[in-house]
Design a binder for this molecule. Structure first.
Ligand code: NZQ
Ligand code: ZN
Length: 389
């Protein structure tokens, strides 16, 4: 096991009515005036925004509202938010929504108190040192941004989808998590969220680091629980207990605990980010396409960890690593298809993907070789995108 620092200061309030704490916790942790950030309107239709506003008023917290965050959020609304946050002198940002809303809130929190362009933190030109405090009312278990130190934004100019990560600065101060808020999710968003949280575990499990039995077994346990609960939430969207298990799994999948003490991979995410940047597909659905292709490729290159996953999560009883890894890819495809997800680019709606362009853009961002489990060069990523067709 490698040495590590694990810093996760987020205060999680979990269960029915959690959103009613928005006022008191904002007063305590975000300050006297917040900017509420929301998406395209689901929180207005569900009545959640109104309840959050009442809670803030009750606690004497002033607020302004920034609406209109789109899935795969872009920089243009971040600039609008930064201007408004400065004009209104807000002391904190309250994200009410999913990963796209939270990531936009984090970007505004960084940019509002930075002299330069907030994009510096995403392009790698600067490392975040400070940000306004961010709080979260979560409405979709998926990206894990409610507990992560990450934010992912797409720059419209060139459609560059890039992330920044600083645990000490960007982890939210609190996350209010009421599973009932997820009852209204459309099935395709529920399923995509499940694939995303599985991918967050997968990217950490696929590690070259040895002697990490604890994090391996934690990861496998989380994956098994997700696979067990997923059919329940798909069949019955108002199953509170199943929704609760999936919601907390989404946080544990990405708050870093599964990565402690080991090198993480993150190649599937980098490859998916190019898909969602170029073709604007849902992040989790894109991962359901990329991950089985990655596993199939690894069956010939480094089958050990996919084979371990196959045996310990999918109960595959095959001694040969390559054959077990291929069984892992098949089991993943079968599971994703069972909850209505695509497993090929065609099913994802990308009929004529420009593989050379995807590969060129990917390596322009990540360098000629990248990846924690095994280094991928352009020949490897071309092969994986091709397997995903
Ligand atoms: O915009 P509204 O109207 O709110 O609708 C949203 C949106 O259309 C809808 N939705 C959310 N909660 C709902 C609901 N509809 C009905 N009822 C509810 N309770 O769902 C749609 C998707 O929302 P979005 O926030 O985009 O989903 P998600 O949480 O999957 O976030 C995806 C973004 O997060 C990034 C992804 O790349 C993508 O841009 N990621 C962020 C990470 C991080 N910060 O740590 C890590 C991830 O790997 C990921 O890259
Ligand atoms: Zn993800």
């Amino acid at each position: 096991m490698d040495n590590f620092t694990f810093y996760t200061p987020t205060r999680y309030i979990f269960g029915r009515g959690a959103e009613d704490k928005a006022g008191t916790l904002s007063a305590e942790l975000l300050g006297r005036k917040v900017m509420i950030v929301i998406g395209g309107g689901s929180v207005v239709r569900s009545g959640l925004l109104g309840r959050v506003e009442e809670s803030l008023k009750g606690a004497g917290v002033e607020y302004v509202i920034l609406k209109g965050v789109q899935p795969n959020p872009t920089d243009d609304l971040v600039y609008v938010g930064i201007e408004e946050a400065r004009r209104e002198s807000v002391s904190g940002i309250l994200a009410v929504g999913g990963g796209s809303v939270i990531d936009t809130a984090k970007a505004i929190a960084l940019g509002a108190i930075y002299d330069g362009d907030f994009w510096d933190f995403y392009s790698g030109a600067a490392v975040p040192q400070k940000a306004l405090p961010v709080g979260v009312v979560l409405t979709i278990p998926a990206a894990g941004s409610e507990g992560s130190g990450n934010s992912v934004i797409t720059r419209r100019d060139g459609m560059l989808k890039l992330g920044t990560r600083t645990d000490s600065v960007l982890r939210p101060k609190f996350a209010l998590m009421n599973p009932e808020l997820t009852f209204t999710l459309p099935p395709e968003q529920t399923a995509a969220g499940i694939a995303d949280m599985m991918a967050h575990i997968f990217e950490r499990y696929m590690s070259p680091t040895r002697d990490v039995q604890l994090t391996d077994r934690l990861s496998e346990g989380l994956l098994k629980a997700i696979i067990e609960e997923a059919p329940k939430v798909m069949a019955n969207p108002t199953d509170y207990q199943a929704r609760a298990n999936i919601m907390w799994a989404g946080t544990l999948a990405h708050n870093g605990v599964c990565g402690t003490g080991r090198v993480e991979d993150w190649t599937s995410h980098a490859m998916e980010h190019e898909l969602s940047a170029l073709y604007n597909v849902t992040h989790g659905a894109g991962l359901a396409v990329i991950i089985p292709a990655w596993v199939t490729y690894m069956a010939d290159v480094a089958p050990e960890k996919p084979a371990e996953l196959a045996r310990n999560v999918f109960n595959v009883n095959i001694p040969d690593d390559r054959a077990a890894a291929l069984a892992c890819a098949a089991a993943l495809c079968e599971f994703f298809a069972s909850i209505g997800l695509p497993t090929t680019m065609r099913e994802l709606g990308i009929n004529n993907p420009d593989v050379p362009l995807l590969v060129e853009r990917l390596h322009a961002v990540k360098g000629h070789q990248f990846g924690g489990y095994r280094l991928l060069d352009p020949a490897a990523t071309t092969a994986i995108y091709t397997l995903a067709l």
